[in-house]
Design a protein around this ligand. Structure first.
Ligand SMILES: Cc1cc2nc3c(=O)[nH]c(=O)nc-3n(C[C@H](O)[C@H](O)[C@H](O)COP(=O)(O)O)c2cc1C
Length: 184
């Protein structure tokens, strides 16, 4: 939102934007792009809902169907790139994450908090990506066993601010998140 000469303020602004994405359905950070590498090495990107953020643990949480292609991708390469562009903040956030997938009984507490309407997204018949006869030849049959919680532990953050003077910085877990300005 504002020009910053302070790496920490820049970093804090990004986490504030991500937290807002969870709290505010209308925030552009509500719907990040989540990119993975398919089992045969192809890039894959799709929109997802940002369900939770922990600034303290530097984690993001997403939900999906256990049978979705992204889960097969994560089974082979448990890494994701997460992307947000927030026009009002003029801020692009790119995060590189290690992804842990949990499903079934281990996530029952989260499943029980998912509203019925949202549950429909986890458990279509046939499974996501299957060829079907017509556009509507599928049903919703949500079940706990097909509900996956993706916990993404952030390892690197690349921020780009597109104000009058562009600014970019990279923050790494391995550097204790001190950050480094880089040429945009
Ligand atoms: C606004 C929006 C929100 C979405 N949210 C999710 C989500 O939270 N989880 C999810 O698995 N798919 C979500 N999707 C669907 C995915 O973009 C994607 O089509 C689906 O998950 C299948 O992707 P895959 O075959 O690469 O796994 C969303 C799509 C849109 C347009």
């Amino acid at each position: 939102m504002s020009q910053s000469s302070d790496l920490k303020a820049f970093y804090d602004e990004a986490w504030g934007v991500l937290e807002r994405g969870v709290a505010d359905r209308r925030s552009p950070a509500r719907h990040p792009t989540f990119a993975t590498v398919s089992p045969d090495g192809q890039p894959q990107a799709r929109t997802v809902v940002l369900r939770a953020v922990s600034r303290a643990e530097r984690t993001l949480e997403f939900h999906s169907d256990t049978r979705a292609a992204k889960l097969a991708a994560l089974g082979k390469t448990p890494l994701a790139a997460v992307h947000v562009w927030h026009p009002r903040h003029k801020l692009q956030i790119r995060l590189l994450c290690e992804v842990n997938v949990a499903s079934g009984e281990a996530v029952r507490d989260k499943w029980e908090k998912v509203p019925d309407m949202s549950r429909a997204a986890y458990g279509s018949v046939p499974s996501p990506g299957s060829a079907i006869e017509t556009a509507t030849s599928y049903q919703h049959a949500p079940v706990l066993d097909q509900f996956a919680v993706l916990t993404c532990t952030v390892g690197e953050i690349d921020l780009l601010y597109l104000g009058d003077q562009h600014q970019r910085a990279v923050f790494k877990r391995s550097d204790g998140w001190t950050g480094q300005w880089v040429a945009p």
